[in-house]
Design a binder for this molecule. Structure first.
Ligand SMILES: C[S@@+](CC[C@H](N)C(=O)[O-])C[C@H]1O[C@@H](n2cnc3c(N)ncnc32)[C@H](O)[C@@H]1O
Length: 298
């Protein structure tokens, strides 16, 4: 009478163990598949990309989807930069580490097996990409929010949609002509700013209103009730330049502003040509309000 009961108990126990194993196997996160297949950038295109990015020894070069590690290894070898390669595929990470050993740059480069959309990229001063157009567009908000103004980004063959590149180069190849797109991460300048110019004839105050789409900036300067459009505005990283032309008592006065943005403040110099204020002055500015739009596109 006892034996069949024991066997039944053993059977239940076994079922329980199998069920627990099955549930825990299902609970393991499945390794995510690469969003794009591995295709290496030809070595001579890597060289042109790094030249366009003007890599220097103080740079930290990230390659998001690093493949065999060639971009960061070349940056370390040729420019003595530090490099971090991110790839989701463990095989690529092993290959990259082996290549770094062969190249003698293990002390300058690191490789992390991670999803590029989730990795921390804040320390990068240079970012290299060879992904796909839709992946570039998906990555764009992360690049713009996590990277410091002035960080340089280059993408082999694929652009960033309506974020126009600052430069484009073409590199001949054996199969086709390669395109390399280049951007500089712009500072956030969107909104209304009070500009103070302490001229010898007394401090002048202007209201500067800027609208920004990525590195493209438009706006007006209000002085004594008159709104003048700014012209020739350029924003390269944290470096903002623009010109305002006005007529004071029939005389044309041109003011060329050149400044740096740091969070909610700007400062720089302004060259005034024509009028009683002609000369060069320092200027400072404080942001009064962000743009009425929810989030500036930068
Ligand atoms: C076209 S290859 C470029 C390799 C290298 N950057 C180069 O230019 O030679 C793209 C690489 O991205 C990796 N990859 C794809 N999806 C990824 C993801 N979500 N996170 C990290 N790496 C990814 C692939 O494994 C592949 O090695």
């Amino acid at each position: 009478m006892e034996e069949p009961h024991m066997l039944k108990g053993l059977g239940y126990g076994l079922c329980l163990v199998v069920a627990v194993l099955w549930v825990s196997a299902c609970a393991q996160p499945r390794p995510k598949k690469p969003d794009v297949e591995y295709v290496p950038t030809p070595q001579h295109v890597v060289a042109e990309m790094l030249r366009l990015l003007a890599v220097k020894p103080t740079d930290v070069v990230y390659d998001l989807g690093c493949g065999d590690g060639r971009v960061v290894i070349t940056a370390a070898k040729r420019y003595n930069a530090r490099g971090v390669g991110i790839d989701i595929d463990p095989k690529r990470i092993q290959e990259s580490r082996a290549n770094a050993r062969k190249a003698g740059v293990v002390n300058r480069v690191k490789f992390r097996q991670q999803d590029l959309f989730e990795t921390d990229i804040r320390e990068a001063s240079v970012v290299a990409l060879y992904l796909l157009p839709e992946l570039n567009r998906k990555l764009r908000p992360k690049l713009l929010s996590d990277l410091r103004p002035g960080t340089r980004v280059a993408s082999h063959d694929f652009d960033m949609g309506d974020w126009h590149p600052d430069r484009v180069i073409y590199v001949p190849g054996s199969a086709y002509e390669h395109t390399v797109y280049y951007w500089v991460i712009p500072a956030n300048v969107d909104g209304a700013w009070e500009v103070r110019v302490p001229a010898s004839t007394g401090e002048r105050r202007y209201l500067l209103r800027l609208q920004q789409q990525y590195q493209e900036v438009r706006g007006t300067v209000n002085a004594a009730g008159e709104a003048m459009l700014i012209r020739n505005a350029t924003l390269t990283g944290d470096h903002l330049r623009f010109t305002v032309t006005t007529g004071i008592q029939g005389e044309e006065v041109q003011m060329s502003f050149d400044g740096r943005v740091s969070g909610e403040a700007m400062r720089g110099s302004v060259e005034v040509q024509g009028g009683a204020m002609a000369g060069r002055y320092a200027w400072t500015s404080q942001r009064q309000a962000a743009s009425s739009r929810d989030a500036p596109q930068r």
